[in-house]
Design a protein around this ligand. Structure first.
Ligand SMILES: [Zn+2]
Length: 136
């Protein structure tokens, strides 16, 4: 009797080429994701967060420069722990997610009970002025 091969992901009987392992692209992707090494999964999550960060900065900074409260970015899912580069000097550091970056600001005003955390967002075209970690 002919042995029917089954999809490695869903168990569906496979038809067609004898070297087929999955019934379709969806099952191949699901199976491969499930079997990815933990560090690869983590890197993929970090890369996704970096892209999300850039998308958020871009959406809040349509004309090259903008000042926005930190909570706005928090609510949109921004993660301040991830950036691709930085430049400036202590007290005036810009943190970049690809071509969009922000500088943390703290504003103290008489109307507010507590200091207000904000960021100044900028867009940058060139990356020649990256910070040297040993010169900070
Ligand atoms: Zn399948």
């Amino acid at each position: 009797m002919l042995q029917t091969k089954k999809c490695l992901n869903c168990g569906e009987a496979l038809t067609g080429r004898s070297d087929k392992r999955f019934c379709g692209d969806q099952c191949r992707a699901t199976h491969n994701n499930r079997n990815k090494a933990p560090h690869e999964q983590r890197m993929q999550e970090i890369n996704a967060q970096l892209r999300r960060n850039r998308t958020i900065l871009k959406s809040l900074c349509p004309i090259g420069k903008a000042t926005v409260r930190k909570e706005v970015l928090d609510e949109m899912g921004f993660d301040f722990g991830y950036y691709t580069s930085f430049f400036g000097k202590p007290g005036k550091l810009y943190f970049f997610c690809y071509d969009y970056g922000y500088m943390p600001l703290v504003e103290r005003s008489l109307n507010e009970q507590r200091p207000v955390r904000k960021v100044m967002i900028i867009q940058k075209q060139t990356f020649t002025d990256r910070a040297d970690p040993w010169l900070l």
